[in-house]
Design a protein around this ligand. Structure first.
Ligand code: CMP
Length: 153
């Protein structure tokens, strides 16, 4: 099954929104495969956001993402990369539609609460940045037979 990397960012942690937002992924029926509390270093931020390092907003982004602990997670499920991106909504909380996570809880371009991989290739790259293979535990909840029909992967 497809996997994605999700990061609950410092604003999410500081505002005490982790539980509420995590619940949305649980209720959607995504399968949790890994979870970790960590603090991002400037070096890790540059690796994670390599495509943004030259952008004018990068210095502020690095300061923000290293300011407090974050929680990294791996979720799996059918089409999970696209499903999670759509649950998050547009990058800016000012543009994200109501009903999406950012649309409901963020009013910022930078402080948009949660990061999620934008493609299956990015997901595998990001998962490898944050997790050792032994820290990832794919499992099917007993309820799996009520989450998808047979053959839906
Ligand atoms: P994320 O989905 O983690 O990917 C890149 C991050 O850069 C993005 O969420 C925001 O936190 C941040 N970002 C993107 N665009 C801007 C912007 N115009 N100004 C400030 N931060 C931004």
């Amino acid at each position: 099954m497809e996997r994605t990397f999700v990061m609950f960012k410092p604003d999410c942690m500081e505002r005490g929104l982790f539980g509420r937002i995590f619940t949305r992924f649980e209720e959607k029926g995504l399968r949790l495969a890994a979870l970790k509390l960590l603090r991002i270093t400037p070096a890790l931020a540059k690796q994670h956001y390599a495509e943004h390092v030259q952008k004018p907003f990068y210095p502020g982004l690095e300061q923000f993402i290293t300011a407090s602990p974050v929680i990294g997670a791996v979720f799996s499920g059918p089409e999970v990369v696209r499903v999670v991106r759509e649950m998050l909504g547009a990058t800016s909380g000012l543009k994200a539609a109501p009903g999406t996570i950012r649309g409901d809880y963020s009013s910022s371009r930078q402080m948009n609460l949660v990061h999620a991989s934008d493609s299956p290739e990015s997901a595998e790259r990001e998962i490898a940045l944050y997790f050792q293979a032994a820290e990832i535990l794919p499992w099917d909840p007993s309820l799996a037979c009520w989450l998808q029909a047979p053959g839906e992967t």
